[in-house]
Design a binder for this molecule. Sequence first.
Ligand code: EPZ
Length: 417
Amino acid sequence: MDAFEIRGGLPLRGECRVYGAKNAALPILAATVMVDGTSVIEDVPELEDVRVMMDILRSLGAHVTREGNRVVVDGSHIVETTVPSDLMRKMRSSVFLMGPLLGRLGEVSVSKPGGCVIGQRPIDYHLRGMRQLGANVEERHGTIRCTANRLIGTSITLDFPSVGATENLMMAASMADGVTVIENAAREPEIVDLADFLRKCGAIIEGAGEDKIRVVGVHRLTGVEHTVIPDRIVAGTLLIAAAATKGNIALHHTRPEHLGSLLGKLREAGVQVEVDHDIITVEHVGQLHAVNLRTAPHPGFPTDLQAPMMALLTVANGASIIREDVFEARFKHVNELCRMGADITVDLRTALVRGVGQLSSAPVEASDLRGGAALVVAGLMADGTTRIEGLHHIDRGYQQLDAYLRDLGAEVARREL
Ligand code: EPZ
């Protein structure tokens, strides 16, 4: 177990390149199971969740190698249809294997993913959609087994624009017989990236990025090369950290159009943000103003940036109201921020953040990925040296976060406990 030690009060300054998106790489790697051939995926971040996904692909019979940020998957000999439960337990995103295995081999067994600290996170939309595509779905003793001689295209309406359900069903539909329409689909950029990959492989998909996606099933997908889009949540986290330290940074290799909601809220809070092609710059940070925000499916404010943004607003002038409308329990970072002197009260899905003059360092612990990022933002601006435990959460979604921050002038040490 490791811990970060962060000496607060140093402004972040400099430039860095944003790497590929975890939440695009994971479904795309899962989709390589559908490809009867070799897929070359570029700009795949080096993260624990990606390592687990690569091990899952190997357990299914794929040959998987990594050369730097390039991951090569040969899916010619996928023979296994059961995702090992020990690997499933390590990462919820293994549920993404359901659609691909069902589509390619007509069978898949996964263990029911547990909830996590941010909420119960059921997969009922995924399972209902698979049944609507003609699969037989059995849930017994914690295992979910889906079988289908052939998936049959149909019309599916999601109760909520679920990112994972949209991705899983889009993958399954890609190899179904006939046409599938997914209504009330999620519109996240990672879904567009997955669709782009699948279309390169020969899938017929229209409307990804909109709330209605149309898929015409095909019988075979062939291997291609694909570069994953930049990680908008990592980019957003670094922009928030720059604002929190009244710094001045330029992020290269971004997609500003993926961050419209965050950039708008940062500007509303008094942060001068400039955009020039794929470069986003935090130019100047005056007195921060309180802002209200509610998380929502894309293009609304991303739930994955709610915690880091809350950390920033703990020192804004005035009171901010933050409403978490995507997950039912995504405020686990509040108590830790309050240990650092923040003034936050929570009522169900709403947090009231009253700005204080400055946070003070304290020993804190991350309990989830983005909550951990919030504690890093808080530590960067707190008076004194903050110690953050629970780095395994942060390592799931941020590649060498301490090294990136040190390159931007922060004093962050990673200590073995
Ligand atoms: C994806 O999770 C992301 N993970 C999450 O990022 C992100 O927070 C989330 O989308 C929302 O943007 C990956 O892409 C790997 P959902 P996912 O299905 O697909 C409910 C991070 O920090 N729901 O859109 O699991 C669910 O409980 C992670 O990188 C059902 O009720 O999110 C939640 O309240 C955290 N039934 C809401 O929908 C279902 O069958 C949104 O979940 C599916 C979802």
